[in-house]
Write a protein that binds this ligand. Structure first.
Ligand code: GAL
Length: 364
């Protein structure tokens, strides 16, 4: 009798592997932790261009599978129309819930209407979906605080509180179709604007409004091109001390442009912040090229979204901790906010390596 159990376990694992193999592209079947089919969860995600979204998708897949769900994970290549088509298809395939990392937070109204009509709950993942009442919950990091932390890191690195002479800075923001980008920028400006107003910080280009400094699609190449233009124009005659960069991809684009214009050799590189703790940027923080990044533990965000979904599907009420901040134009969306963490060379080891996000050997 004793011998029977291991054999049964082998059969269970083998049949779940078989289910996985049959699940088709983009789908994964029941994980070994579950013995019932709890249905499929649709996971439309924006892009694989930033490493974080790949991790977000994988983390959710793993966690859903452990609870007995299948997942349909699809990336839209930063194309809003493509994402709409993917969501339509998921609705037609009767997913039980949708967790959406949107490309364009304002372009999903029709899809959410269809989801509502089909009785499919919707969670906005990391990025708020605007202009629709048919969104149930939002799981994200404190986006305003991200901007505050980014700007504070620049203020500290510049010693701005005690600096005698004014410092120079150029500003970059994220993609205008991403609701988070405004929060990051507003958070950063809540710290920087008083210094700009008092003259302690000078923006040589004079470009300080969101629309002018935004970077469509969060594209690092677009940011590099704008930095090139600034360095050949208003910044040609000055030495830049800092650049506000809303994420790591943009930070690396900006740094590349600065290096191509002589910074980092004879001239000291400006302090540049970032976001997402992408490995390529963490390496630069470790070698002192990029000053800081913001760590958002995507494992934790996935956990929140998975728990929310599981509770909704089991008739329970998900945990939330913010009922005021995220007005999407139609309703204030009940939200669970996680805390972002600033990473500089000083705490990189403790936060990212000791915390298990990366291994020492990853840093090269
Ligand atoms: C934002 C997100 C950031 C960053 C950025 C670029 O919405 O909150 O963490 O990933 O998109 O993809």
């Amino acid at each position: 009798m004793r011998r029977l159990f291991p054999r049964l376990a082998v059969v269970a694992v083998a049949s779940s592997a078989l289910l996985s193999a049959c699940a088709g592209s983009g789908s994964t079947a029941v994980g070994s932790g579950a013995d019932t089919d709890a249905g499929t969860i649709g996971l439309p995600m924006p892009t694989t261009a930033q490493a974080r979204w790949v991790q977000d998708g994988q983390n959710m897949q793993k966690q859903f599978q452990a609870l007995g769900y299948k997942t349909d994970l699809q990336y839209a290549g930063d194309d809003a129309q493509k994402q709409n088509a993917q969501i339509d298809e998921m609705i037609q395939h009767h997913v039980r819930a949708l967790i959406i990392g949107s490309v364009d937070g304002t372009a999903l109204k029709a899809e959410l209407d269809k989801a509502k009509a089909a009785g499919i709950p919707v969670i906005a993942y990391d990025r708020l979906i605007r202009g629709s009442g048919n969104i149930d919950y939002y799981a994200t990091f404190d986006n305003f605080k991200v901007g505050v932390l980014q700007a504070n890191s620049l203020v500290d690195a510049l010693g701005l509180k005690t600096a005698a002479a004014p410092k120079t800075i150029e500003l970059f923001a994220g993609s205008p179709d991403d609701n988070n980008a405004t929060f990051f920028f507003n958070g950063a400006m809540s710290v920087l604007q008083p210094y700009i107003t008092s003259g302690k910080l000078v923006v040589p280009s004079g470009q300080t409004d969101f629309k002018t400094v935004a970077t469509p699609k969060w594209d690092g190449k677009t940011a590099a091109a704008r930095m090139d233009t600034l360095l050949a124009g208003p910044d040609a005659a000055v030495t830049l001390d800092a650049v506000l960069a809303p994420n790591d991809g943009i930070a690396r684009g900006v740094i590349g442009s600065l290096q191509a214009h002589g910074y980092g050799k004879g001239k000291k590189l400006p302090v540049v912040d970032g976001q997402d703790a992408e490995l390529d940027s963490v390496k630069l923080v470790n070698t002192g090229v990029q000053y800081s990044t913001i760590y958002k533990d995507t494992r934790e965000l996935a956990k929140v979204a998975v728990e929310m979904t599981d509770k909704i599907l089991n008739g329970q009420t998900p945990d939330i901790n913010d009922t005021k901040t995220y007005d999407n134009g139609v309703k204030v969306v009940p939200t669970f906010l996680l805390q972002p963490v600033l990473v500089t060379k000083a705490n990189l080891q403790t936060v990212l390596i000791d915390g298990g996000y990366y291994k020492s050997s990853d840093l090269g």
